[in-house]
Design a binder for this molecule. Sequence first.
Ligand code: BMA
Length: 340
Amino acid sequence: MSKVKMISPAVPNVPWQDKPEDHTGAPVWRYSENPIIGRNPVKGVARIFNSAVMPYGDEFIGVFRGEQVNGIPYIYMGRSKDAIHWDFDKDKIQFVDEEGKPFMPIYAYDPRLVKVEDTYYIIWCQDFYGAAIGIAKTTDFKTFTRIENPFLPFNRNAVLFPRKVHGNFMMLSRPSDSGHTPFGDIFVSESPDMVFWGKHRHVMGKSSEWWESLKIGGGAAPIETSEGWLLFYHGVSGTCNGYVYSIGGAILDIDNPSIVKYRCENFLLTPEEWYEERGFVPNVCFPCATIHDSESGRIAIYYGAADSYVGLAFTTIDEVVDYIKEHSVVTTSDTEEGRR
Ligand code: BMA
């Protein structure tokens, strides 16, 4: 039994592999059979990466960034019995507007999938006169109704919290430019209805740590724990050979998530394996989801690798929270409420 509690359902069939005995370093270890999704996974789709999955009944469901053979990214649905082997729909998700009429974005990438109360929300990056956030909702994974775009352009990496805080939906995002943004901090915004967003607060910015010294962005939906919201995010370093994306960890205040309680100065996972270092964009570990079991404390992290594959890594709630706390460095911009 874990000493840190995850306030979420039990998922006894969470994918899992024990930590290898010779594992050193951060308390996150890779699945030995990575990548779990290889190239050309669906006819007409060259690569699947940066994708989000979650439990659904006794099985699993997910929304996947599928890079079509014409280079345009779209979102595809997948289902799995074990959260490792996935069956994908042949066609991309067909979004409709509130009247049920077809309403497709020009492109859609980096989807997150979060259930709040009885509704599943898909949040992604799309064109809204430049890179911005799109959202759709579904209750049955058959009809996907787009709702109002939450933020003005330019923005990326929107991540919804799995429950309301003080009666409001909460969403992280990363204001950006429309290109390969060389800057970026994580902000949080609130909404009473998923339409009107405000009360914007700064959560945390790039840090002086080299691995996240250029920009950061939200990753998986925060996990509610007895210590606060556990956030796996990405941190980017700008090298002379391009960006390097690593996975970081922080714990946000449970009642006021704009306040960072702990932030790990070390990365939790950084590109080391061939499928992370070699691909369409080398040196990318980009987390988008976790599956976690509140009974055993096991956490499976899903991350895009090198903009080409999906990788799976594991940790436990106790190990990762202990490590983040032991190696925590927070600045004033992390711990303040972030309103200026
Ligand atoms: C970011 C996003 C991600 C991508 C990453 C590395 O700006 O576009 O989808 O994984 O760059 O290319």
